[in-house]
Write a protein that binds this ligand. Structure first.
Ligand code: SF4
Length: 510
């Protein structure tokens, strides 16, 4: 038995399975070996805590997700009218997350809960109460739409088996862009694996009900994933966008970069799972890195795993699919015996100013059109949750703070000009968005870098997609993503092949 400290140094005799904890207005302190503070308003403190023990990090993740989740609806938090009743919800959620023992039924519900006293009153407590009231209900928890499921053994063990569903295993899932495209095509993301903490949080928040394992794909096997997620059956597809920095024109492009061979783990896991199809997405630079042709290596790896592939990967351009960006991506598709190779997706749109494309198609909306209803901001203005005068809310809309010297330099940069870290966007179609030095390109008409929201619009994300983590992480999450409309186009063709082969599945309709 260990003591659970709540609100300052007050001690309550209750069992804390995971660790000793202190909950106060300043955050949560967990102290199994000495004292460490989880205060999610200071990212450095979270980092420090994570170096100590993994379980401590769970509360940090839970707090971050609930804050972002409820902020969209209630930015000031929940007014707890009946703290005793609210604390029952808090204790239930913490119990199901295995952070404190859930002793519901063993105590007097009319008494304050010793694990969550009435005078704590912090943001996390309010958000936990709200979560317990509306999602993690006592009788019918909504695990299939819960953003906390990654941390919840209870939830993972109760989600429906994926057998018969159009299940997808998403490796190197990033912020969830490829998963979003596949969901929009009717697939069901059964599980995702992503090692970068903030990207994993973004995935969890925007894909509630999808368990996201924070781990290196290199260390994951089908067996270990099935142990983590009981009920995971043969997936319809294993999809992956392995890190591209080793191949990317914006990177060092060295042959010995270990990341260049991560695709082998995608083939390995597809084989271990017996997945019906597999998809690997990457940058055009994968064709040749200092004399080594990686396209052939990726194709050979898929074939060795038992999949038939296209002779060459499909090269798709985002602006042909309604995205105002000339980003190109390569798609390697493998199909198991009995499934025909899908068609290469045909363009759905005509890029602005492109006279050679099919004129019967709708035109891709120009970049300035995509941005025109977003607020005009100066350097350093805006907010992560920006409320406009008409009541609309714009997420991730904080403009980077530039010094007066940098602003005057930016003023002189014409559209399409400037160094890579301060390149001003063209008004019709952007070049491939990159987050140079973690900053995004310059706005086509305003003298500042574009916001994460503006970059997300240019990439084809919906406006409701919230990017978690500090400002240094968000641009990377957006810039590293495959545009969701591109992923959706490929996913639709893969679905058509699977359906033609008799794999009916249980497709989601949007
Ligand atoms: S996954 Fe289910 S049991 Fe776990 S916190 Fe969410 S709703 Fe509650």
């Amino acid at each position: 038995m260990s003591a659970l400290h709540v609100h300052g140094m007050t001690t309550f005799d209750t069992v804390a399975r995971a660790q000793t904890a202190t909950i106060s207005d300043a955050g949560i302190e967990l102290a199994p070996h000495g004292r460490a503070t989880i205060d999610n308003r200071g990212d450095r403190k979270v980092e420090r805590v994570e170096q100590a023990t993994a379980p401590k990090a769970v509360i940090g993740r839970v707090d971050e997700i609930l804050k972002a989740h409820w902020q969209q609806y209630s930015p000031d938090g929940l007014a707890v009218e009946n703290p005793v009743a609210a604390d029952r919800h808090v204790r239930r959620v913490l119990g199901r997350l295995d952070i404190v023992e859930d002793t519901l039924g063993k105590s007097d519900h009319g008494e304050p809960n010793p694990a969550v006293p009435v005078n704590v009153g912090n943001r996390l407590r309010a958000n936990l109460a709200r979560h317990g009231q509306s999602v993690c209900r006592e009788k019918a928890p909504q695990c299939g739409s819960c953003p906390l499921i990654s941390f919840c053994k209870t939830g993972r063990s109760t989600v429906a088996e994926t057998a018969g569903s159009a299940a997808v295993v998403d490796l190197f899932g990033g912020a969830g862009a490829m998963g979003l495209g596949f969901e929009e095509a009717g697939f069901h993301i059964a599980v995702a694996v992503e090692i970068e903490r903030h990207a994993a949080q973004t995935y969890r928040l925007n894909h509630p009900g999808v368990p996201v394992l924070e781990a290196s794909v290199e260390n994951v096997s089908a067996k270990s994933l099935r142990e983590w997620l009981p009920g995971l059956d043969t997936p319809m597809a294993v999809i992956a966008g392995p890190p591209c920095q080793g191949y990317s024109a914006a990177g060092a492009r060295t042959i010995g970069d270990r990341r260049n061979l991560l695709f082998r783990h995608v083939s390995r896991l597809a084989r271990e799972f017996g997945a019906r199809t597999v998809l690997i997405e990457n940058v055009p630079g994968v064709r040749r890195v200092n004399g080594v042709t990686y396209t052939e290596r990726i194709t050979a790896s898929l074939r060795r795993a038992g999949y038939s592939t296209w002779k060459q990967p499909a090269t798709l351009r985002a602006s042909d699919f309604g995205v105002p960006q000339n980003r190109q991506r390569l798609f390697f598709v493998g199909v198991s015996p009995g499934v025909a190779l899908p068609e290469v997706p045909l363009p759905t749109h005509v890029p602005p100013g492109d006279a050679s494309s099919d004129r019967s198609l709708p035109q891709t909306v120009s970049l300035v059109e995509r941005l025109k209803d977003l607020p005009s901001l100066g350097s350093g203005e805006g907010a992560e949750r920006l409320q406009l005068s008409d009541g609309c809310v714009v997420l991730n809309s904080t403009a980077m703070q530039h010094s007066p010297e940098v602003v005057s330099k930016i003023k002189a940069i014409p559209q399409g000009g400037g160094p890579i870290s301060y390149r001003r966007l063209d008004s019709d179609v952007a070049r491939t968005l990159v987050a140079g030095h973690r900053a995004l390109p310059v706005h086509p008409s305003e003298d500042r870098a574009i916001t994460v929201r503006e970059a997300a619009r240019i990439q084809g994300f919906p406006d409701s997609y919230f990017f978690c983590g500090p400002r240094a992480s968000q641009p990377l999450q957006v810039a590293n993503a495959v545009p969701p409309p591109l992923a959706r186009a490929v996913a639709k063709e893969m679905r058509a092949s699977l359906e033609a082969a008799g794999h009916k599945g249980c497709w989601r309709e949007w």
